[in-house]
Design a protein around this ligand. Structure first.
Ligand code: ADP
Length: 503
């Protein structure tokens, strides 16, 4: 139910109650005044009649005539009752004359005159309804104490009152309807229109339009205007807060963007630094690899050197050939010397033994190797099992192993896939497992992947040294590297090396 309807209903209820009470009082007063008028008239008649009766003397007939004339002449008089002693000085023998418009009845009775407690009273007449009774004591023509009682009908008065009641009711209904209508219109003008404006402004605010204001209801000095002004002030505050908040968000966003950029730059620096470090580690491992190659070359070179020396001792050689053999002997000797010196240098390479936390190491290797593109398409699962959480080994070499294997796995999954990196403990060994769901390898490729400079990648994309270096690192760590692979299903590289777990 709308506010307007509620207020009008309340107003109508109050109005109806007020009108009812007022009409009730009004009718009561009207009735009283009509009754008073009837009584005054009856009193006047009674006094005139008693004067006439006194004048009529003692003649019963004349007295009756007088009473009949009074009844006839005054409409509304129902009857007159005269009671007087039958003889002068007698208080117990009465003659009573009862006069009605229909006729006169004379009665005589013994006994005292029945007393009437009040001169004026309202009585119920059996046929005529309510009536006013007036008792007027007087002294008759003989000088005896007599009493005249007049009964005047109140029917006319009541008819008037009921007519008045009808008029009053019709007037009250018309006035009530008019007042309710006027109240409805007035309410619309002074309240509903302004409340509507206020509520439509509120709805606009609910929908996020903070730039609106409630101008209409703010006019004037009543509570509604006060409310609207308060609402406008609140809106202004919200607008202020909003602007402040927006500015703060913009500042924060700008700051975030700046920090992001700084972070990106830092990350790039880190990647570059890591690349340098990896390059250095690769060089170190390459040195190790070269040492192995030199070592492998040493035996055949010794054989060649022995044969060339034997050849140089031969006397049957023609001079030019001897000279060439001697040159070859000298060169082979020089080569053997170079290899020996090289081996002397590389034999100094010893992996460090440090206490290493594996989880950060694995995280670091993944963070450095996985670019944004790879992160988006590859699902990475990393796991460092309890026994391998802290071990003693060479962190640089392990990091190098992991980055190489992860980089290869990423290259093998150009369309995305799943990469698993796991470090676990198996007895005295640390086992690193890097598995991918990439292209995998056929047996021919698998057989050759640890050869230096073997690559299936496009020129400029691979050097073919990564796995060869990994193998050297595994060897340096006194361990080994194995691979399982199936074309189209992926590859799993496993590196095992002995390491002393520290906890
Ligand atoms: P590069 O990565 O520079 O080619 P590597 O020695 O690291 O050199 O790898 C040699 C070759 O081994 C690669 O060219 C590739 O054919 C193969 N390979 C290495 N890792 C994987 C792998 N995870 N999945 C499939 N092939 C691989």
């Amino acid at each position: 139910m709308s506010l307007r309807l509620q207020l009008v209903a309340l107003f109508a209820a109050v109005l109806a109650a007020t009108l009812l009470v007022a009409a009730g009082f009004g009718l009561r007063i009207a009735q009283r005044s009509v009754e008073t008028e009837v009584r005054d008239r009856t009193v006047e008649l009674a006094r005139a009649a008693t004067a006439a009766l006194r004048r009529a003397g003692t003649d019963d007939e004349q007295i009756s005539e007088e009473l009949a004339a009074t009844i006839r002449m005054h409409r509304g008089l129902l009857r007159a009752e005269l009671a007087r002693p039958a003889a002068l000085g007698l208080d117990s023998d009465f003659v009573s004359a009862r006069v009605t418009p229909e006729g006169i009845t004379l009665t005589r009775w013994r006994g005292p005159l029945p007393s009437l407690p009040r001169a004026s009273a309202i009585v119920d007449e059996p046929e005529q309804g309510r009536a006013l009774r007036w008792a007027e004591p007087f002294t008759d023509g003989r000088g005896a104490r007599a009493r005249l009682v007049l009964i005047a009908s109140l029917a006319e008065a009541e008819r008037l009152v009921s007519a008045e009641r009808r008029v009053l009711f019709a007037t009250a209904v018309a006035a009530g309807l008019f007042l309710i209508g006027a109240f409805w219109i007035l309410l619309g003008r002074i309240l509903v229109r302004r409340v509507d404006l206020l509520s439509s402004t509120m709805r606009a605010v609910e929908n996020g339009l903070y730039d609106v204001s409630a101008p209409g209801p703010a006019e004037g000095g009543d509570e509604l205007a006060y409310l609207a002004r308060g609402f406008n002030r609140m809106l202004a505050q919200i607008r202020g807060f909003n602007a402040e908040l927006r500015a703060k968000i913009e500042d924060a966003t700008a700051e975030l963007t700046r920090k992001n950029r700084a972070l990106e730059e830092l990350n790039e620096l880190l990647v570059a630094a890591r690349r340098d470090l990896t390059a250095q580690e690769r060089l170190a491992a390459l040195g190790q690899l070269a040492g192995t190659i030199a070592h492998e070359l040493g035996n055949p070179l010794n054989a060649v050197s022995g044969h060339v020396q034997l050849l140089a001792l031969r006397t049957d050689l023609p001079d030019p050939a001897r000279a060439q053999v001697q040159i070859a002997n000298a060169e082979v000797h020089r080569m053997a010397e170079i290899i020996r010196r090289f081996l002397d240098q590389t034999r100094g390479f010893k992996p460090a033994a440090e206490t290493v936390e594996m989880q950060p190491l694995v995280d670091e290797a993944l963070d450095l190797t996985l670019g944004t593109e790879a992160r988006a398409k590859i699902q990475v699962q990393r796991e460092v099992l309890d026994g391998a959480s802290v071990v003693r080994t060479d962190p640089g070499l392990v990091r190098h192993l992991l980055t190489n294997l992860v980089a290869n796995a990423v290259d093998a999954m150009p369309n995305g896939g799943k990469l698993e990196v796991q470090a676990r403990r198996e007895g005295p060994e640390v086992v690193l497992r890097v598995a991918d769901t990439g292209t995998g390898m056929g047996p021919e490729v698998k057989r050759r992947i640890f050869e230096p400079f073997f690559t299936t990648k496009a020129a400029g994309m691979g050097t073919g040294l990564g796995l060869a270096i990994c193998k050297e690192i595994a060897r340096a760590l006194k361990g080994r590297i194995d691979v399982e692979s199936e074309p189209g299903r992926g590859s799993t590289f496993t590196v095992r090396f002995p390491a002393e777990a520290t906890s």
